[in-house]
Design a protein around this ligand. Structure first.
Ligand SMILES: Cc1cc2nc3c(=O)[nH]c(=O)nc-3n(C[C@H](O)[C@H](O)[C@H](O)COP(=O)(O)OP(=O)(O)OC[C@H]3O[C@@H](n4cnc5c(N)ncnc54)[C@H](O)[C@@H]3O)c2cc1C
Length: 376
């Protein structure tokens, strides 16, 4: 057998890519996965993983029931001026760092027979004579199917001339993350709003907390890219953030940052490449659920791919059915999260929204439910 030829090539080893690779291996489908960084590595993410994907991860071989991992069942939200809303999360979530989560999944994938090419950047993907050629820093590989799981932003979006890269309208956001030691409840995720952004803080493994925020990139431009100055001048106007930024012990030497994040719907199939997770559409992080969405899309795509490899679907049918599934399952969630993102950008509107939600628990329930899916 040609060692550079696979049934499926997966480009991007985050949650969507890794969970799909494991499912392919479980079904006896040969699979290669490319990840540009070397596992384990840190990633900008709030690290609150909704319970909707716990059963799925357990089926893949990852146990989230370890006592070390905090169960998160409560949500506290504050407005820029400090009005606080408290809500019980019915489904809830688990706190685990991406450093640990992605690494453990990459180990499961390798154990099950996936060729995990980490520290390997993909430069181009070409569809020639009904198969794909993936050009990477470790050579060229051939596959029958190619899956795009390179996340919110990648060199490949421009290389493949994806339509959204040419759009002038729409906002760009910046995401910043730290791990901190703080004195906070383990069962609560806190979301604190500030002008043009919000910051989440919740517990992960080893008694640490993930402190992660998203802000309009204009905020950072105003301070010539100086993150510390922006935090002091803007984030710390919120009394909770002022306390956490001044009293916590920060464990990274430098903040982890990602820029040019865009929220919204992209295309689930382009140039015959099937897109999963953030590559197909970015949900606003305040919905706290992008990771589960990424895994749900990989779960569904795995079903379509099994039908394709057992000759129940042609390539054309596979692409059409997957694209239709994506729109019907996620479009409303992505649109609703984009709406929430705009609403919470405005200081006055945020104060009003939080005051209204504070009074009416049934609206609160609906808002939280619309950002979470059912277990799968
Ligand atoms: C500030 C912020 C906070 C968030 N907080 C939460 C949260 O608390 N809970 C939650 O559920 N979701 C959260 N999210 C969303 C969540 O992080 C994403 O939805 C999720 O990571 C998507 O998974 P993915 O597999 O699609 O992409 P990713 O996890 O981003 O994985 C993509 C991978 O592709 C790799 N890659 C890119 N280009 C190439 C290339 N050319 N060659 C090889 N590899 C490549 C990247 O290195 C990366 O590892 C947050 C997002 C942000 C921005």
């Amino acid at each position: 057998m040609d060692s550079n030829r696979f049934q499926v090539a997966i480009v991007g080893g985050g949650l969507a890519g890794l969970t799909l690779a494991i499912q392919m291996a479980d079904s006896g489908i040969s699979c290669i996965l490319f990840e540009k960084y070397k596992y384990p590595f840190h990633k900008v993410c709030g690290e609150y993983i909704s319970m909707e994907s716990r059963n799925f991860l357990e089926r893949l071989g990852l146990d989230l029931n370890e006592p070390e991992l905090p169960l998160i069942t409560r949500l506290h939200v504050s407005s820029p001026s400090g009005i606080v809303l408290k809500h019980k999360l019915d489904l809830g979530g688990v706190g685990i760092s991406r450093f640990t989560l992605d690494h453990r999944l990459s180990e499961i994938a390798t154990r099950k027979g996936v060729v995990v090419m980490d520290d390997c950047k993909v430069y181009d993907i070409r569809f020639v004579d009904d198969h794909f050629i993936v050009d990477s820093s470790k050579g060229s590989f051939t596959s029958e199917i190619c899956v795009g799981s390179w996340g919110k932003k990648s060199n490949l979006d421009t290389k493949l001339r994806r339509p959204f890269t040419k759009e002038k309208k729409g906002k760009n956001y910046v995401g910043i993350k730290y791990h901190v030691c703080a004195d906070l409840p383990a069962d609560t995720i806190e979301l604190h709003n500030f002008k043009d952004g919000y910051c989440g803080i919740s517990r992960i493994e080893n008694n640490r907390y993930c402190l992660c925020y998203l802000t309009d990139s204009d905020n950072l431009k105003k301070f010539n890219g100086d993150i510390k100055k922006m935090e002091e001048a803007i984030l710390m106007k919120n009394p909770f953030l002022k306390k956490y930024f001044s009293e916590s012990t920060f464990l990274f030497e430098e903040p982890l940052a990602v820029s040019q994040i865009r929220i919204g719907y992209k295309n689930a199939v382009e140039n015959h490449i099937l897109m999963v997770g953030d590559t197909a559409g970015n949900i606003a992080p305040l919905s706290g659920n992008g990771m589960s969405m990424a895994m749900r899309s990989s779960y569904m795509l795995s079903g379509f791919l099994k039908s394709y490899f057992s000759h129940q679907l042609t390539r054309e049918e596979l692409e059409k059915e997957y694209a239709t599934f994506w729109v019907s399952t996620f479009r409303t969630r992505v649109k609703f999260s984009a709406f929430l993102q705009v609403l919470l950008k405005n200081k006055a509107l945020t104060n009003i929204t939080i005051s209204v939600l504070k009074r009416f628990s049934f609206i609160r329930d609906r808002v939280v439910q619309s950002t979470h899916g059912k277990p799968f």
